[in-house]
Design a protein around this ligand. Structure first.
Ligand code: ZN
Length: 193
């Protein structure tokens, strides 16, 4: 049986040497984002209702089978809105509902703080972790005298951000949106300012 989710396309590129498209869709769950990566052989699955190829940042509804790999079954345009508290995605038609299915009733220890600050990048180091390589980032708030060092790791499951990490500039200031858990940041967006 296929699963269905709402998400935002984060990466869609034809892999010339492999003969398929690599598609990554970010799915916002309560207080976190999961990235689903799949290889798509049938180009016709990647066209929207106007017959155009989907683009990064398009919001979509998609069905997939998950076995050893994730296999795309269908992909369609969807109007997705995000809960202002936990940022989980839901179809716009449902937003008249008062309670969010993602965060209402969730235990307080599972809630996280949405964080948006200008930060100085103090280091950006490629490292080998248990399951994958990743870029280890150390950041500190740029405005205040607070010298607390915050840590984030960017993994290749977010290929768009991962490919940019090599060019991050140590010493530069970035606007960072993240889920914050103590000094650990789970970065959602990071842009040099
Ligand atoms: Zn919510």
């Amino acid at each position: 049986m296929s699963s269905t989710d709402l998400g935002t396309i984060k990466f869609l590129e034809y892999q010339q040497e492999k003969g398929y498209f690599r598609l990554v869709i970010a799915v916002n769950l309560a207080y976190k984002t999961k990235y689903l990566s799949m290889n798509v052989w049938k180009e016709e699955l990647l066209r929207n209702s106007s017959g155009q190829r989907f683009q990064p940042e398009d919001t979509v509804r998609f069905a997939y089978d998950q076995d050893k790999y994730i296999k795309l079954v269908s992909l369609t345009d969807a109007l997705v809105e995000f809960c202002p508290t936990c940022y989980c995605g839901r179809e716009r038609i449902e937003t008249l509902r008062v309670d969010c299915q993602g965060c209402s009733g969730l235990q307080p220890q599972l809630q996280r703080e949405r964080f948006n600050e200008d930060m100085i990048l103090n280091s950006c180091t490629p490292k080998t972790y248990r399951y994958s390589t990743g870029y280890h980032l150390e950041l500190q708030l740029s405005a205040s005298g607070d010298t607390t060092s915050y840590v984030a790791v960017i993994f290749p499951n977010n290929p768009q951000m991962y490919s940019r990490a090599d060019n991050f500039k140590v010493g530069a200031t970035y606007n960072v949106t993240a889920w914050k858990n103590n000094k650990l940041l789970d970065i959602i967006e990071i842009d040099q300012i």
